[in-house]
Design a protein around this ligand. Structure first.
Ligand code: UD2
Length: 333
């Protein structure tokens, strides 16, 4: 029996009112009103944008793995519906960006890179290309579609190609910190390459890595990870996931900022101790991706090499490194 029945009733009533108030607050803050939902739907130009043939839940690519062990999609031709994805991302009005470095004689690759990007890279989307070079006067003028633009940024020359390749992380970090509010996604690409097929919204994700065309069929023990524990890019025996290429990676600007900052500071700390990882920033990138796990993995369709025969699982080559004479174009051998 309650000692003070009147007080008990008051307390119960008060508790009920507080609970009601909390529930009301939760609903108004977390549930979208009917009006809000109608507004969102009105952004659909037409429901036709989202129509496509019935997706199969029982048939798909069976010759390749399309999901990583941490459940990130691995993107291959035949695993996605391009027009559906474009419609989804068009509704979000995304702003794309890309970086490419052309230092010294590598400016000779810019024309093909930029012209083929116009034909295949995020066609129909707003794209801002950032070209980093020590020879701004050699950047070709390429006709770009409306909504697409190019900015040239000056970077110093170097007499070591390793330095040029690795310092990209530093300039990428500075750029993304400046442009965090301006663009949604970014890809950082090697210039000695050409686009041959669609590279579009299917590739978007928080942190995106590309399987290296030279090692994706190999046993992990053969990956050219940095194997010396004195480097901050070290990956020990039995460790690692896949081997990713340094020639293409991306994601949201926030994720790429974290990646570039980490790879840059690890590369610089190694350099102070006179250590250079086996494949410069590619080694640091592999270490970063092993620890942080990409949320999307792109198949080697997204960075093939012209000198390689196409394997049967490669149904399309979207982007590929041209065959080059290293001795003729690099500042050192
Ligand atoms: C691999 C990687 C590359 C990088 C490098 C190790 C792929 C396909 N490529 O390419 O990304 O990780 O190993 O450091 O994964 N560059 C210049 N001027 C130069 C030298 C390099 O601009 O004199 C730039 C240019 O953007 C080039 C990039 O650095 O595309 C990488 O250099 P690379 O293509 O010579 O390196 P490579 O073929 O060994």
């Amino acid at each position: 029996m309650a000692l003070f029945p009147g007080r008990t009733v008051t307390v119960t009533l008060l508790s009920a009112m507080v609970l009601l108030l909390l529930t009301y607050n939760y609903i108004t803050q977390n549930c979208r009103s009917h009006k809000q939902m109608k507004n969102e739907l009105s952004h659909l130009e037409s429901p036709d944008d989202l129509q496509y043939k019935q997706p199969s839940i029982t048939n798909g690519r069976t010759d390749v793995v399309s999901l990583s062990p941490w459940l990130a999609p691995v993107v291959w031709e035949g695993t996605f519906e391009p027009l559906l994805l474009d419609s989804v991302f068009k509704l979000q009005n995304i702003s794309m960006s890309a970086t490419v470095f052309a230092v010294g004689k590598y400016t000779m690759f810019l024309k093909d890179f930029l012209e083929t990007a116009e034909q295949h890279f995020f066609v129909g989307f707003s794209v801002h290309m950032y070209v980093f070079t020590d020879r701004p006067e050699d950047v070709p003028s390429v006709k770009m579609a409306p909504g697409r633009q190019l900015t040239v940024r000056a970077v110093p020359s170097s007499d070591r190609w390793q330095q040029i390749s690795a310092r990209r992380m530093e300039f990428i970090q500075t750029l993304v910190e400046e442009k965090l509010q301006e663009h949604d996604f970014i890809f950082c690409l090697d210039v000695d390459s050409k686009f041959h097929g669609r590279w579009g919204t299917e590739s978007l994700g928080g942190l995106v890595a590309v399987l290296h065309p030279g090692y994706y069929r190999d046993d992990r023990s053969k990956f050219p990870y940095e194997r010396r524990p004195e480097s901050r890019a070290y990956i020990g025996p039995g460790e690692g996931d896949f081997y990713y290429c340094g020639g293409a990676f991306g994601g949201t600007l926030r994720e790429v900022q974290r990646l570039a900052k980490t790879c840059r500071s690890n590369f610089e700390a190694d350099a102070e101790e006179k250590v250079e990882a086996a494949w410069q920033e590619e080694s640091h990138l592999n270490r970063y991706m092993w620890v942080n796990k990409p949320s999307k993995v792109l198949s080697p369709e997204y960075l093939w090499q012209d000198f390689k025969e196409k394997n049967p699982e490669i149904h399309i080559v979207r982007f590929s490194g041209v065959t080059k004479n290293y001795a003729a174009i690099r500042p050192n051998v």
